[in-house]
Design a protein around this ligand. Structure first.
Ligand code: PMP
Length: 403
């Protein structure tokens, strides 16, 4: 059977009630707007089926528990893991902190090294600095290639057996550069290091298969995947999770509690202390179904086409400098010569175009690019040619205003 790629353009604006006609929302890398199936799942979760999970013996609670665990299974299938390897956390930030404290904090010792890259989000830098300081480990930084990708040749040349952990963005939130995750994993494993991938910007934009990549930990946030805020996922290889101590102490994460000694539940429960974000988990299920229903290959093709169109159009404007590679996934960072990115964003907003300006929680990357901030347009399934046209019109207005 031959599979024919679905190349129909996406036309999904009608699914997103919070995007009014004529508003170009180009800040999906910060957070994605929510489609009706997610809004409906949240409304139903609180308004019709609500009860606690895991504890109640009554039917409503048993049903809610089934829905909660069905989401775990759905997320596992979505990224190629097993349900017992899926830990629900508040977001990518909490997932990385969990691995930093519970894995690195117990496995690393003085003299060990951690390998990061120049383009990491602060949430994939600071947790490692905190644990490195505590255990006496050091951090090394992989440089970027000339076209702003993580330089894997440099990674291969600089990694040593002292490196116990590598943590890299699968897709950069500033540049959209896509990591060759499989190759990065092979390089990390060649010296026995574990690798965590920050999939915040990858999971909404391209197919992800943790088993195929072969990585050890993978994190992402629900709100960037068209799901609710306050819910995210840490996936970890079961043998690694099983050997890790708990994250927080409290209800649900225990096996047996006495004042003399407490024993802990196996993963994933061990890492999910307290009443979870029940409706967030249910909403995440709806979000996964929504993007999977469109197809990640199709979303990737749609967003890379938008990036290409935006880059082509912005290249025509003399004073615009583009960052990142031409084949970026869904994200374009740029600067307008002589104009602060905040001014660019303010003028664009006057024309109903919402972009982000600032350091994007990546100050070391700004330093490497030699700028204090960039303007960033990032795309989602609801964007189309009209949004690119509005963006370009807005940039032309910026150049007119600033001469
Ligand atoms: N990593 C990357 C690449 C991101 O884009 C973000 C969010 N901007 C984060 C980590 C942190 O995600 P959250 O704030 O949802 O925990």
């Amino acid at each position: 059977m031959s599979v024919v790629a679905d190349t129909r353009p996406l036309d999904l604006l009608a699914d997103f009630p919070a995007i009014p006609t004529g508003w170009a929302y180009l800040d999906t890398a910060a957070t994605a707007q929510k489609p009706r199936p997610v809004l409906d799942a949240i409304a139903r979760g609180y308004g019709e089926t609500y009860a606690t999970v895991h504890r109640g013996v009554y039917q409503r609670s048993a049903d809610m528990t089934l829905a909660f665990e069905a989401s775990r299974t759905r997320v596992a299938t979505f990224i190629g893991g097993k349900p017992e390897e899926i830990i629900f956390v508040r977001g990518a930030t909490e997932g990385i902190n969990l691995v930093a404290q519970c894995w690195a904090g117990t496995q690393l010792k003085a003299g060990d090294r951690i390998l990061l890259s120049t383009l990491e989000h602060h949430s994939n830098i600071v947790p490692w600095q905190m644990v490195a300081e505590r255990v006496g480990a050091a951090i090394d930084v992989i440089p970027l290639t000339a076209d702003h990708r993580i330089d894997l040749d440099a990674m291969a040349a600089m990694i040593t057996p002292a490196h116990k952990l590598v943590a890299l963005a699968h897709v950069s939130n500033v540049l959209g550069s896509v990591l060759d995750a499989k190759r990065a994993t092979e390089i990390a494993h060649s010296v026995g290091a574990k690798i965590l991938l920050d999939g915040c910007q990858a999971v909404p934009r391209l197919p992800v298969d943790v088993a195929g990549i072969g990585c050890d930990f993978y994190v992402f946030s629900g709100h960037k995947l068209y799901g609710p805020t306050g819910i995210g996922v840490l996936w970890g290889r079961y043998d690694l999770l099983d050997a890790m101590p708990p994250w927080q102490g409290g209800g649900s994460m225990i096996d047996r509690v006495t004042f003399e000694r407490t024993t802990y539940a196996p993963p994933p429960g061990r890492f999910e202390a307290g009443t979870p974000h029940i409706v967030g988990v249910v909403g995440l299920h709806a979000a996964v179904d929504y993007v999977a229903g469109i197809g990640l290959e199709r979303i990737y093709a749609h967003e890379t086409a938008l990036v290409r169109a935006a880059r082509d159009a912005l290249t025509q404007v003399n004073s615009v400098r583009l960052f990142g590679p031409d084949d970026s996934a869904g994200i374009v960072s740029f600067a307008v010569e002589g104009v602060h990115p905040h001014d660019v964003a303010t003028i664009l907003d006057e024309g109903n175009v919402a972009i982000r300006a600032g350091h994007h929680c990546a100050q070391p990357l700004m330093d490497a690019l030699g700028v204090s901030a960039t303007a960033r347009a990032s795309f989602g399934v609801y964007n189309g040619a009209a949004d690119i046209a509005a963006l370009v019109k807005g940039i032309e207005r910026v150049t007119r205003i600033f001469g």
